[in-house]
Design a binder for this molecule. Structure first.
Ligand code: B12
Length: 370
């Protein structure tokens, strides 16, 4: 006799909804996408399931497809835009709108300054609303002074601070410390804080959750209001920053990018044939590498840098760009930062990992690199 998985039929049903939704958004058909969602709700799915197990899951798929070179940037934008409009349509749909008579409390949901990934925060905001919270959703890229002014004006129970791209972690640290100094506890979340929330803890957030359901559970339990004075003293709780390496890398960012780019033209032969667009992309890639190096130094975690490099190598390979060009770039950076032991260790670990990671087929052959 075979065991019956009680969640099986629902999982199978959701798989079908995701497939139909993917077909609709991939075709750029917003109306069909909304129909798919409304059908799913009529068949018994909850709005929260649609938000998290259909839309969020497909956003992750968008990322995977784009990284693999199977979706263009424009297609990624189009799919995200349709999802945003479907979320808005659901929030305002007369059958599914939810305005709690007596809200559980006020929560501010905001993205860190510089953070353009608003959709993860939007999903969180909608889930919290449906769980009974009154939510101020401030969207992408919220400058910290404006966030603090908003907190003083509205006095929420907590701030849910969202960040998806790790380079925003130093800014997130300043933002969360400022919120705590204003007496408002911070729940941190989003991919930037690490799959296990390690950077939320390192930066002193009051709490972290992996997803919107987890966030709702944390808020239901309640967060203690931080003592503003303790929050300000905790700014110093990253003792490794005393070596000034982070400050140096951020301060020298422009020069590091420029000299690495120029050096790469000498050291990496395929680059000499690059057209203007490819040269521009290379400069952007180097800038992202320097920014991630700075962030890894800030949180004192070389693995943050290695993860980004491995990801970058995968993206380059999917586009037929020789990822072996990353090694000379890292070596050039190490030379410029030879007086910074933590930076050199971080760069060495990334180079070692890339050597193990890159398949032999990526070798451009003798004479191509010098
Ligand atoms: C759409 C998208 C964009 C859009 C965002 C539009 C928008 N309105 O949000 C745009 C075009 C702006 C964009 C820009 C960039 N993006 Co982008 N983007 C994505 C994509 C495909 C989907 C994002 C998304 O909606 N995710 C889905 C949600 C559901 O994510 P989620 O993290 O699981 O969210 C849940 C939890 O994290 C949690 N949560 C979220 N916030 C919070 C907050 C709190 C307090 C709590 C408790 C929980 C919580 O709850 C959510 C729901 O359960 C991702 C791929 C991916 N895997 O996410 C890439 C991705 C995040 N982007 C990436 C990159 C590189 C960039 C750019 C640097 C590209 C570039 N070269 O310019 C820029 C950076 C912009 C910036 N400065 O912030 C990379 C990051 C890689 C890395 N190593 O970190 C990714 C992973 C792409 C990939 N294919 O691998 N991007």
């Amino acid at each position: 006799m075979t065991a019956v998985d009680p969640a099986g039929p629902e999982r199978a049903g959701l798989g079908l909804v995701r497939d139909r939704m993917w077909a609709a958004v991939h075709a750029g058909d917003e109306y069909r996408a909304l129909d798919v969602v409304l059908d799913a709700l009529r068949s018994g799915a909850t709005v929260e399931t649609v938000l998290l197990d259909v839309i969020a899951a497909l956003q992750v798929r968008v990322g995977t497809e784009w990284a693999a070179g199977r979706l263009t940037v424009a297609q990624e934008h189009a799919v995200t835009a349709i999802h945003e409009r479907v979320i808005a349509a659901l929030a305002h749909h007369p059958d599914h709108r939810r305005t709690p008579a007596a809200p559980a409390g006020q929560i501010t949901v905001a993205c860190v300054d510089g953070e353009w990934h608003a959709l993860p925060a939007r999903l969180l905001a909608e889930v919290l609303r449906r769980r009974g919270w009154a939510v101020d959703f401030l969207g992408a890229h919220v400058p910290t002074p404006h966030l603090i002014a908003h907190l003083h004006r509205t006095g929420p129970r907590a701030v849910a601070l969202s960040s998806s791209f790790p380079v925003h972690l130093p800014t997130a640290h300043a933002a969360l410390t400022a919120c705590q100094a204003a007496g408002v506890p911070v729940l941190a979340g989003g991919a930037a804080f690490g799959a296990d929330g390690r950077y939320a803890r390192a930066l002193g957030a009051d709490a972290w959750a992996p997803d919107a359901r987890g966030a709702a559970a944390v808020l239901d339990e309640g967060l203690v209001r931080p003592d503003p004075l303790t929050a300000l003293q905790a700014v110093d709780h990253l003792p490794h920053l005393a070596d000034q390496e982070y400050t140096l890398v951020v301060g020298a960012r422009g020069r590091l990018v420029k000299e690495t780019f120029t050096g790469l033209e000498d050291r990496f032969a395929p680059m000499r044939a690059y057209d203007d667009v490819q040269r521009q992309r290379t400069a952007e890639d180097i800038a992202h590498i320097v920014d991630h190096l700075g962030t890894a130094l800030y949180v004192d975690d070389p693995e943050l840098f290695t993860r980004f490099l491995t990801w970058t190598a995968g993206v380059l390979q999917a586009r037929g760009v020789p990822a072996v060009g990353l090694d000379p770039a890292l070596e050039l950076l190490a030379r410029q930062l030879r007086d910074c032991p933590r930076a050199c260790r971080t760069l060495a670990l990334a180079r070692e990992t890339l050597r193990l990671h890159l398949p032999a087929s990526n070798d451009p052959g003798p004479g191509d690199t010098e």
